[in-house]
Design a protein around this ligand. Structure first.
Ligand SMILES: NC(=O)c1ccc[n+]([C@@H]2O[C@H](COP(=O)([O-])OP(=O)(O)OC[C@H]3O[C@@H](n4cnc5c(N)ncnc54)[C@H](O)[C@@H]3O)[C@@H](O)[C@H]2O)c1
Length: 471
């Protein structure tokens, strides 16, 4: 091996030769440096599929493994199921002799590096649901051999990699009467995914990667691997620090969003526009970062991940008051929005029952087709409960997909003059770029705007036909 020490922009050199001393570790290090290591990505969703691209692009042979056969078939046919990634990526992968998608777990035996990108949702009582992590680890445990490295990327509480993943791997080896020790024969690390689907100009390879091993050899091997396919890598002393860092990032967002959501209610009562307040505060060149209010949290991360830590802390007899309070405030937002719709209709001498509400945007954030945990679903449920007739328009979602807790038989309507003018209230939930706000302003009667989407239109066009209420 002739490649010297790995460095990153963060200036944390790792001298892999000093850390990796066993024959299996040295063999894996060599395969990484030669890009001959076979990399398997388990879970080909929002996180796994872009990761496949980053790893494939630098020359590794890649196996994409998913238990969802429809995804595997689409990938092998070169078709995309994640709109924001486009067809070009899937067409390129299908045409590559270095990529195969499969649901055959036996193929994982050939992989040198196995990366788990499986879901980590919450259970019924907001407890961590690690079933996807444990079931995917068990699949790996059945084929585990010397010279492999397993990396967990799913967001989870500190200790998951060491206390949940590693014992399952050891058990799998024991069941097959193999003496495989972590840090010696096989290696395990944690590296949190920080994907932001739909963010332009930010490929997976450009997002700095935190990497921590369960032992120094695992940390060094995982750092070496990520340095080969990600622009900037930040090694940390343990898997637990990596797990905790990811949670800090998401808790920071959840708490700050809750803060502006609470201030929105307070300022609103004082007739002060929170959006103007944030614009003014933003002019401070230090010590302030802008967060924006909205109709409630959505997506796979921010509404869920903080409760992984809250649960873990409870086990240690500790309370996480910030997390609980932020959760409470953010979860109240859909009800607040519906109350604003009710008050606004009341001002027009209309009741919620029998009124037509046209919801603009289902996705949890702009310019994506992802409805996971979207506040739009809870808002529509509440509107139905009040007897309203609900329609929706989302340029990225033609039919309301069935969700774990919500099922609506709704298709996106066209934003025609007659749809807009016949709605008693147009409720803006998601501010997709593709929506023509001035068209809405021209033809709607009443707009309840949770995203300040109409502000620019009103400024530019010196007023619009509709009465606009911020919520
Ligand atoms: N979506 C994001 O923006 C984002 C960002 C950062 C981190 N994360 C984290 O990354 C992880 C994955 O999230 P995602 O958004 O990619 O989820 P996803 O639901 O889009 O994809 C997960 C995939 O895993 C597959 N899967 C489930 N069990 C499996 C198994 N045993 N073996 C193989 N495949 C299996 C599913 O079929 C699915 O295709 C989560 O922990 C999430 O918190 C997500």
């Amino acid at each position: 091996m002739n490649t010297p020490m790995t460095t990153s922009k963060f200036n944390r050199p790792i001298n892999a030769e000093d850390m990796v001393r066993t024959p299996d570790g040295i063999a894996l290090l060599e395969k990484i440096r030669l890009r001959t290591a076979r990399v398997a990505v388990m879970g080909l969703g929002y996180v796994g599929l872009p990761l496949v691209q980053a790893v494939h692009d630098v020359g590794y042979p890649v196996i994409g493994f998913d238990i969802d056969r429809s995804k595997v078939e689409l990938l092998n046919a070169g078709k995309s199921y994640l709109k924001h990634l486009g067809d070009e990526l899937t067409a390129k992968l299908a045409g590559s002799d270095r990529f195969v998608a499969t649901d055959d777990a036996g193929v994982l035996a050939d992989a040198d590096i196995i990366i788990l990108c499986v879901p980590t949702p919450l259970g019924e009582h907001r407890e961590p649901d690690l079933s996807y992590v444990t079931s995917s680890t068990e699949i790996v445990a059945r084929v585990l051999r010397a010279g492999q490295m397993v990396i967990l990327e799913s967001t989870t509480y500190p200790g998951t990699t060491r206390d949940e993943v590693v014992p399952l791997l050891h058990k799998g080896a024991e069941r097959r009467n193999l003496e495989l020790n972590s840090g010696e024969h096989f290696f395990v690390a944690y590296s949190p995914e920080r994907e932001d689907p739909g963010r332009a100009g930010m490929a997976t390879s450009m997002i700095p990667k935190i990497v921590g091993g369960i032992d120094p050899a695992s940390g060094a091997l995982a750092t070496e691997f990520y340095c080969s396919c990600i622009d900037n890598v930040y090694p940390v002393p343990s898997a637990e620090i990596g797990e905790a860092a990811k949670l800090l990032e998401n808790i920071y967002r959840a708490v700050n969003i809750a803060l502006v959501n609470e201030l929105k209610l307070v300022f609103d009562k004082m007739d002060i526009d929170i959006w103007e307040v944030i614009e003014a505060a933003k002019t401070k060149p230090f010590g302030f970062q802008a967060f924006y209010p909205g109709p409630g949290l959505g997506g796979h991360c921010i509404p869920i991940d903080p409760f992984y830590l809250a649960w873990k802390a409870k086990g240690a007899g500790l309370e996480t008051k910030f997390i609980e309070l932020a959760g409470e405030i953010n979860q109240h937002m859909p009800a607040h929005v519906v109350a604003r719709v009710m008050e606004s209709l009341n001002d027009d001498s209309k009741s919620m029952r029998g009124s037509t509400i046209l919801v603009i945007g289902l996705a949890y954030k702009p310019n994506v087709d992802d409805v996971r945990e979207s506040p739009a679903a809870e808002i529509i449920k509440l509107l139905h409960e009040h007897g309203s007739i609900v329609k929706y328009h989302d340029p990225h979602i033609s039919t309301f997909p069935s969700m774990r807790r919500y099922r609506f038989n709704l298709d996106s309507v066209e934003l025609t003059e007659s749809e807009l003018s016949s709605a008693d209230c147009v409720l803006i939930v998601t501010d997709h770029d593709a929506i023509d706000w001035s068209h809405i302003g021209k033809h709607a009667n009443l707009i309840v705007d949770t995203r300040n989407a109409m502000a620019k239109t009103i400024e530019r066009e010196n007023g619009c036909h509709a009465r606009v209420i911020k919520a």
